[in-house]
Ligand binder design. Structure first.
Ligand SMILES: *Cc1c(COP(=O)(O)O)cnc(C)c1O
Length: 403
């Protein structure tokens, strides 16, 4: 007999460090936009492993490339060459308007490297040019550097002291940003759309102003596109909805279709800091993950996925706006492309739970926000289906609240 959900829950409760409060769902396999639980139930996945499974589950071309490459060479370390890092670096740099890349195992590891690059860039100009300006409500990862620039005290405070020299300013507050940046600033760090912070897009004017202030003070502009980048908003990178040109871009989530891969992209003086031996990683950018990422980019181009993201995104936007007119709990609907947040006047979890009961996966972030990150391959029919399930989830939660 396979272990049941209850068996696994009790085994985990005794054996894992208790970092996760998991949803009681034992997942077994996926296919396209659906994921299946051990009890046979099927879920339409509009969260996609937090924006990772952008092609849905088990895309046949990804499975094939994994089979082929895993039979040839999975890992070789960065002591040697393999064929796939350079072409992947070139393609990603071209998509982002950057020049060079460094591959990592995760988003937070890419962010760490970006902070190190920014510090080198700053210190090349002045010994005390080491500060980072970041935003309130941001999320940049769980390792110490990334945590230190994460503007949410609940994540940061238990681990203090954090990296010194970090200033936080409210999103979209020009005056606060201008006051925080100075000759001591090495970098300004922003998510063009704050993800974990509740799907909060920065105003284009704020992003432009931040880029201008960074340039004026010779600080690097680092954009964290780990969640909003790589096609999620309908352009290769979310900053490309503005005319801002960053110095460093980090991205990760969808890039290798669920295998761990992140990347730092940099240009100009900000790309000049590292020399051999100054930074590195054992696993990052191995042949298997890089080849899968190249296949992801091929599929993205051949299937014209950016257009699908933009078109389905508009359908989702208008459907969510219609839902907002019917459901008083919805305060605002925010996002772009296939990244949406539905801000409520109450906790989001009961609605997300009701949606799951009806067969739709979404998530509750920042307490009161329902977050949707559907796959880039989503069809018009599935967008409408998700909207119907979400409407039913609101009605079910309303009934439960009245009972
Ligand atoms: C997920 C995320 C991270 C952290 O990435 P990990 O791969 O979990 O380390 C950092 N920044 C943003 C914006 C993210 O969404």
């Amino acid at each position: 007999m396979n272990p049941t959900l209850a068996d696994i829950q009790s085994a985990e409760a005794q054996s894992l460090l208790p970092t996760y409060s998991r949803i009681p769902l034992l997942l077994e396999r996926g296919k396209g936009p659906y994921v299946f639980a051990a009890d046979g139930r099927r879920y339409l996945d509009f969260l996609t492993g937090i924006g990772v499974n952008a092609l849905g589950y088990n895309h046949p071309r990804i499975s094939r490339v994994i089979r082929q490459q895993s039979a040839r060479l999975i890992h070789c370390s960065n002591l040697y060459y393999h064929a796939y890092q350079a072409p992947l670096a070139q393609r990603l740099a071209a998509l982002a308007g950057m020049e060079r890349a460094f591959f990592t195992n995760s988003g937070t590891e890419a962010l760490e490297g970006a902070l190190k690059l920014a510090r080198l860039h700053g210190r090349a100009l002045a010994a005390d040019k080491v500060e980072i300006v970041a935003l309130d409500n941001s999320f940049h990862g769980r390792t110490f550097g990334a945590l230190s620039v994460t503007g949410q005290p609940k994540y940061r405070l238990p681990y203090e002291p954090a990296l010194p020299g970090v200033r936080f300013v409210p999103a979209n507050d020009h005056a606060a940003l201008a006051a925080a940046i100075g000759p001591q600033t090495a970098a300004v760090l922003l998510e063009p759309i704050q993800g974990e912070g509740g799907v909060v897009p920065l105003e284009a004017a704020f992003l432009t102003a931040a880029a201008g202030l960074a340039r004026q003070h010779q600080a690097a502009l680092i954009l964290d596109e780990i969640q909003c980048g790589l096609g999620r908003t309908g352009r290769p990178f979310a900053f490309q909805w503005t005319d801002v040109v960053p110095d460093i871009v980090v991205t990760a989530k969808p890039i290798a279709c669920g295998l761990p891969l992140g990347v730092i992209l940099a240009r100009g003086a900000a790309a000049a800091g590292f020399t051999p031996g100054m930074h590195g990683t054992t696993f990052g950018g191995g042949p298997l993950v890089c080849r899968v990422a190249l296949e992801f980019l091929d599929i993205w181009e051949e299937e014209n996925l950016l257009a699908n993201v933009a078109d389905r995104g508009e359908e989702l936007r208008s459907g969510l706006e219609a839902l907002k007119r019917k459901q008083k709990a919805i305060q605002v609907v925010r996002g772009r492309g296939l990244m949406w947040g539905i801000e409520l006047d109450r906790p989001a979890k009961p609605i997300v739970d009701a949606a799951r009961e009806l067969g739709l996966l979404a998530n509750a972030t920042h307490e009161t926000v329902i977050r949707l990150l559907p796959p880039y391959t989503v069809t018009p029919a599935l967008v409408q289906k998700a909207l119907r399930l979400l409407a039913r989830a609101f009605r079910a939660a309303n009934r439960a609240a009245q009972a």
